[in-house]
Design a protein. Structure first.
Length: 203
């Protein structure tokens, strides 16, 4: 998953910074007029949106999921906030409450950030061709895929201790939400993402 330093690097991009600032203003005005959060921490909240979406796939966030979300949010927060109220964790409560309102807006910013960080279009197959999963091909593809793209995938869809190569299990509703998020982020035609989705054992 991302570190706070990688988030800091991304938010230094002028286009990402401007879009983050504008979305933050809208979010605070609509959801939390008294929320105090720096642009970097708000961008961390935006990056949490796919993970929050999967946690909400069955309609609510369980205690276990909430603990996992909070742990990931604290990892992304500027400065760590180990013994203080974490602004990303705090703001995430508002995102969870009205996720459907903000999902597309947050994903639009994520999509823009990905395009600013690497050439996403060059990673897609012509005509949206689907790639069959092959373990050796997948491992080779991971090795030559831009590092930042792998960080996006793992931060969105994996727990911090999970390896992007190995198989892991996921319940059907969560998996369906993962596929939906991939579609909204424009990842459908990216072979690495297509093969990544095949590493899940759906229950």
């Amino acid at each position: 998953m991302f570190t706070e330093y990688e988030v800091e690097f991304m938010i230094e991009d002028p286009a990402i910074q401007k879009a983050t600032f504008e979305l933050k203003k809208d979010f605070i005005k609509t959801e939390a007029p008294y929320l105090e959060i720096e642009d970097q921490d708000f961008f961390s909240l935006v990056l949490m949106a796919p993970t929050v979406g999967i946690a909400l796939a069955n309609g609510s966030v369980s205690l276990f999921e909430e603990l996992a979300l909070n742990k990931k949010a604290r990892k992304l927060s500027k400065g760590g906030y180990f013994l203080k109220k974490d602004p990303v964790v705090y703001a995430m409560k508002y995102l969870i409450k009205n996720y459907t309102i903000w999902e597309d807006k947050f994903f639009d910013l994520i999509n823009m950030a990905m395009h600013e960080c690497f050439d996403l279009e060059s990673m897609k197959t012509a005509g949206g061709k689907k790639v069959e999963f092959d373990d050796s091909v997948y491992k080779a593809a991971i090795m030559i895929t831009p590092y930042i793209f792998i960080r996006f995938l793992s931060s969105f869809f994996l727990n911090e201790d999970e390896d992007i190569i190995n198989a892991r299990s996921m319940v059907l509703k969560d998996y369906e939400k993962l596929i939906d998020i991939g579609h909204k982020l424009g990842l459908d035609d990216v072979p690495v993402f297509q093969m990544f989705t095949k590493t899940f054992i759906v229950k």
